[in-house]
Design a protein around this ligand. Structure first.
Ligand SMILES: Cc1ncc(COP(=O)(O)O)c(C=O)c1O
Length: 371
């Protein structure tokens, strides 16, 4: 069955979950630490801090970098709303940029025009699993002394110039929500190579408090309720981590199968007037979902109606963040607005068979041909 989500609890997950259920605590503990080590080693970063979800990961990253009221943070408008909301939670202002038409990722030329003396950070989003033009973005960040936080929520396993996304900036953030490439139901992670930032991320996720077992000497007796900074309760549980550890054992096969489905889509869509997303040079995307872009909105609507009729799930492209009721900006970001109107995404999960993938492209292709 074609869908965006497949059951995540298999034999391995159940076995490890049972182990955790037999402990006296299922809250953050050794399984979270194990999961962090697995992800940091997979992405080749020095440190990882797990947290409750991807939005919390972005909020923690911004807080660890001291982003606050009066600051501006540049984000693409073409993203899930959490990227912008995390900035707003800190009191800072999200400043929206346009995207490149071919990759759907943040456009460094648009970014350049948005940098002011209030700008403190940039959040490139590896949208739909497609790595951004990180060399240009990091170049601009360096010139202007800005921090970079990758929103890699949709992209674990994607590679840019030989390095995994999430490891290409000051802090990389993942989401492990149910429909993501690997899932813990809800879950998130911040990666960094910076020891000081890692320390802050760990304090911030746990009410600004040093873990009891790390308190030395008299502090162990005196400082149980001593909070070094304003923090949050964004901890991951060992139950989530147990699922994540098991999921990571299967990530290579998972990504391989998604690529198989994506290649079929790519070959078949060539036969019709349908655009697909392109990649940056020397990058290997992962296929979280599969975005397709039609010649105009009318055709997208016709395809959407046909898929609904046949009960085949699809996702509309993001409504531009700068046009969301909460942000409601009068500015125009032409590529974002055009792409958002003309595109939708189809599932690309590992269990889709070759035949199902071909059938789906034919259903869509026929609507396009007859439009
Ligand atoms: C690009 C992007 N950023 C952030 C998030 C937020 O992640 P979560 O849903 O785990 O809070 C998501 C996920 O849904 C996302 O797709």
């Amino acid at each position: 069955m074609i869908s965006f989500e497949e059951p995540i609890i298999g034999i391995e997950e159940k076995k490890l979950l049972n182990e955790v259920l037999n402990k006296s605590s299922v809250a953050q503990g050794p399984y979270v630490e194990r999961f962090e080590k697995i992800i940091s080693s997979y992405c080749n970063t020095k440190f990882a801090s797990a947290c409750f979800n991807g939005t919390a990961a972005l909020h923690l990253a911004l807080a660890a970098l001291d982003i606050k009221q009066g600051d501006e943070v540049i984000v693409p408008s073409f993203t899930f709303i959490a990227t912008a909301n995390a900035v707003t939670y800190t009191g800072a202002k999200p400043v929206f940029t346009d995207i490149k038409k071919n990759t759907l990722c943040l456009d460094p030329n648009s970014l350049k025009k948005k940098i002011t003396n209030k700008t403190k950070a940039i959040i490139p989003v590896h949208v739909f699993g497609n790595p951004c033009d990180m060399n240009s973005i990091k170049g601009l960040a360096k010139e202007n002394d800005l921090s970079v936080i990758e929103d890699a929520a949709e992209a674990i396993g994607a590679v840019y110039r030989g390095k995994k996304v999430g490891s290409l900036s000051d802090i990389g953030c993942f989401s492990f929500y149910n429909n993501k490439i690997i899932s813990t139901g809800e879950g998130g992670m911040c990666l960094t190579d910076n020891q000081e930032l890692n320390g802050k991320l760990k304090l911030l996720r746990s009410q600004g408090k040093v873990k009891n077992e790390d308190l030395k000497g008299d502090d162990f007796i005196e400082k149980k309720y001593y909070h070094e900074m304003l923090g949050f309760n964004y901890r991951m549980t060992d139950l989530q981590a147990a699922i994540g550890i098991s999921q990571m054992k299967k990530i290579d096969d998972n990504l391989k199968s998604r690529k198989r489905v994506a290649k079929i889509y790519e070959n078949e869509f060539k036969k019709y007037d349908i655009n697909i997303m392109k990649n940056e040079t020397s990058s290997n995307p992962v296929y979280w979902i599969y975005p397709i872009i039609f010649k105009n909105k009318k055709i997208k609507m016709q395809v959407g109606k046909e898929l609904r009729k046949k009960e085949i799930p699809f996702l509309s492209f993001f409504w531009p963040c700068h046009k969301q009721p909460f942000y409601d900006s009068p500015e125009t970001l032409p590529i974002t607005e055009e792409v958002s109107e003309r595109g939708l995404s189809i599932p690309c999960i590992p269990s889709i068979s070759d035949e199902e993938a071909i059938d789906l492209t034919r259903i869509i292709g026929n609507v396009v041909k007859n439009a």
